[in-house]
Design a binder for this molecule. Structure first.
Ligand code: PGA
Length: 254
């Protein structure tokens, strides 16, 4: 299966910085045929990057969206607007949205349904936080998140969704030295997620759904993480801000 590697820039980069990243990245990128590459810049850089990425194999994604098409929702961006600007993907339910902006599974589910309705491919983020991990609740938390977030999603639509397993305790929050999950722990989580998807839908769906890992993925650990049988790619935050390091991660996707 072709790996999927997405850059989540979070609240970083001006338009000028985003354009200069892409110009450099396009020059140095190798192995681009082996991976589906996505860049998710902040909203303000989407239009510029949409132009810059035209005629390239690199896809554009957003980091969030509202579930309504239009209306009185000050400060929000709709799926229609993301389609209009050239997005193919949208990250939904990131743990920073959940923790800082109080998003819950119920809301994330609505967003997934809305994204699919408009032909956007959702990258659904799930994962336990440190407290839940320490209480031995990892599996319970992940299963509940999957059940809630994928509720009422048509079986035929599931293949358009990518699941990002991001253990919250492994997310770097901008610290390049933060520790990722070990490849064994990550693999265990991914395998469990595949099992839950099989229980919820069926074996062929669970076999084909992409489950990517997020949390301090960087050039130093990308190869070992991406070589695990159930890890189909990565959602990369801090290490995707630099064109060289993001390109190195892509070159680990074989
Ligand atoms: P990180 O972020 O790579 O900086 O840990 C990943 C994410 O939060 O998606």
């Amino acid at each position: 299966m072709k790996k999927l590697v997405a850059a989540n820039w979070k609240m970083n980069k001006t338009i000028e910085e985003a354009i200069s990243f892409v110009k450099e990245f396009k020059k140095i990128i190798k192995n681009e045929k082996n991976a589906e590459i996505i860049i998710c810049p902040p909203f303000t850089a989407l239009a510029a990057l949409s132009k810059e990425l035209k005629n390239s194999k690199i896809n554009l994604g957003a980091q969030n969206m509202h579930f309504e098409d239009a209306g009185a929702f000050t400060g929000e961006i709709s799926p229609l607007m993301l389609k209009d600007i050239g997005c193919k993907y949208v990250i939904l339910g990131h743990s920073e949205r959940r923790e800082i902006f109080n998003e819950n599974d119920f809301l994330v589910n609505k967003k997934i349904i809305a994204a699919l309705k408009h032909g956007l491919k959702p990258i659904l983020c799930i994962g336990e936080n440190l407290e839940q991990k320490n209480q031995g609740k990892t599996k319970e938390v992940i299963e509940q998140q999957l059940k809630n977030c994928l509720k009422n999603i048509d079986k035929n639509e599931i293949s358009k969704i990518t699941i990002a397993y991001e253990p919250v305790w492994a997310i770097s929050r901008g610290n390049p030295n933060h520790k990722a999950a070990t490849k064994e722990d990550a693999e265990k989580g991914h395998k469990f997620i595949r099992g839950v998807v099989e229980k919820m839908f069926d074996k062929s769906i669970s076999k084909n759904i992409k489950i990517i890992y997020g949390g301090s993925m960087k050039p130093e650990n990308a190869k070992e993480l991406l070589s695990m049988p159930n890890i189909d790619g990565g959602l990369v935050g801090n290490a995707s801000l630099n064109a060289k390091s993001f390109a190195e991660i892509i070159s680990c996707a074989n």
